[in-house]
Write a protein that binds this ligand. Structure first.
Ligand code: UDP
Length: 434
């Protein structure tokens, strides 16, 4: 038994006005035969990051449906987490020298976690690489890891360092199923009975995404000196080269030659202990120079979830000009808020931005600037893109869809008939067994 994360209860009924009766009834029908099932979600941290946000919504909704779901956090020493951070970075494409000692630290720590295992579940969902070897270690310690085990990979493995992937793959393959965000992230050499594609999701009822009164939006803009009478584009992103903040400034400069009143808002969450983030912030600030129509905002000047929500809602364009992107929740957030979104044609962004329909995909600064001007000069186009984007998110990327996909996977693993077959695109359960 690990540490359970305290959760705020949620009711599926609250989502009915947003997603409609049919979706709610489908979810209820899927959950009915699973009532009482014991489900554990296990990850490495209760705070921060997309995984925690997803689980904060998903687990209470399962509970609301009568499923005995729990979210627990594994244990780990500082040394262990330093190793898993290195593993994480190497899986995302950075080259990191991983020594035999580091792998030893990793396995030893997992063994300690395996010794704490004293429960039986019907389903266990292991999130990300940190606890991936747990099932193997439980078996090694002579216990029976009962139930259906699934590994949920939230990261993009396309450029994973080969030696690290070779080390982890056998542990992944001890699971009965794996979940990836998009099909391209599934490694070719992975052999498992079930591989499901489930994209991440946003919670339409969270402070980041819920509707806001016009007054709140005006207050937030006023607090940061953004002129609500003039157009502005926004990118909400860490200051990181892959998010291309310098490119965003270049896009703004070119677009401003046509749309003289344009402003640019860049929001980032900054951590005190993130030297790379700070050094990239400085580069961005230098690139912005003395332009008072560029706003560099962060959590350190009070930009939290409600502020991000307000700024996104008031933006004429939501920008996510990434050069590399796992999924891009900021794209989902912008589309949900009826905003026209311009995003880099990389990673999970094309799943969300259907080019020309729900926004524009771009591969260069000049292309992004051209699209930005098109949108800024044509409010009807902006409204059409925004409206289709909202619908696309409602169908595919909300917490409720996420819940539905998980329930479908549970049926597949359990071998129960799944009468509510998933749509091809997002829950294709690809059987690539041996
Ligand atoms: N975010 C935020 N404040 C910031 C920067 C980011 O709240 O200053 C949020 C953003 O709204 C989104 C998440 O952090 O929900 C970033 O997720 P995304 O998938 O876009 O990028 P990641 O940082 O995971 O690469």
């Amino acid at each position: 038994m690990f540490t359970s994360v305290p959760l705020v209860p949620r009711s599926l009924e609250d989502y009915r006005p947003i997603v409609g009766d049919e979706e709610i009834e489908t979810i209820r029908a899927l959950a009915e035969p699973l009532k009482g099932a014991r489900v554990l979600h296990l990850n490495a941290t209760a705070f921060g990051g997309g995984v925690s946000e997803l689980l904060n919504a998903l687990v209470p909704l399962k509970q609301d449906l009568g499923i005995d779901a729990d979210w627990q956090v594994m244990r780990g020493s500082d040394e262990f987490f330093a190793v898993t951070k290195a593993l994480h970075n190497s899986l995302q494409g950075a080259f990191v020298n991983i020594s035999a000692d580091m792998l030893d630290t990793y396995l030893q720590n997992i063994r300690l976690n395996a010794d704490l295992w004293d429960e039986t579940y019907d389903f266990v969902v292991i999130h990300d690489p940190q606890p991936v070897a747990l099932k193997a270690m439980i078996a090694q310690s002579g216990q029976e890891p009962a139930g259906h085990w699934v590994w949920r990979c939230h990261i993009d493995l396309t450029a994973a360092q080969p030696d690290v992937w070779d080390f982890l793959r056998p542990y992944v393959e001890t699971h009965h199923g794996a979940i990836f965000t998009i099909p391209q992230y599934v490694k070719n050499d992975l052999r498992m009975p079930h591989i499901a594609i489930i994209p991440p999701a946003i919670d339409p009822l969270s402070p980041k995404n819920t509707e806001l009164p016009a007054e709140t939006i005006r207050t937030v803009l006023g607090r940061y000196g953004i002129d609500p009478e003039r157009p502005f584009m926004t990118q909400v992103s860490r200051f990181d080269p892959w998010k291309d903040p310098l490119g965003v400034i270049d896009v703004y400069r070119i677009a401003r030659e046509e749309v003289r009143e344009l402003q640019l808002v860049m929001v980032a969450s900054m951590a005190h202990d993130d030297p790379e983030g700070w050094s990239y912030f400085e580069r961005t600030a230098r690139h912005a120079g003395n332009d008072y129509d560029i706003f560099l905002l962060s959590n350190l000047n009070g930009v939290g979830n409600v502020e991000v929500n307000a700024i996104q809602r008031a933006s004429n364009i939501v920008m996510q000009k990434s050069l590399r992107e796992g999924f891009g929740l900021t794209v989902t957030e912008g589309l949900w808020k009826h905003r026209p979104v311009i995003g880099g044609d990389v990673g999970g962004i094309p799943t969300q931005i259907l080019n020309g329909q729900t926004g524009y995909l771009v591969s260069s600064v000049s292309e992004a600037a051209e699209r930005a001007v098109d949108i800024l000069e044509d409010p009807r186009l902006a409204a059409e893109l925004g409206s289709r984007g909202h619908d696309h998110v409602r169908t595919n990327f909300l917490t409720t869809t996420n819940l539905k996909r998980y329930l479908e996977l549970m049926h597949t693993l359990h071998g129960t008939e799944n009468r509510h077959a998933a749509s091809d695109m997002h829950s294709a359960d690809i059987h690539c067994g041996h």
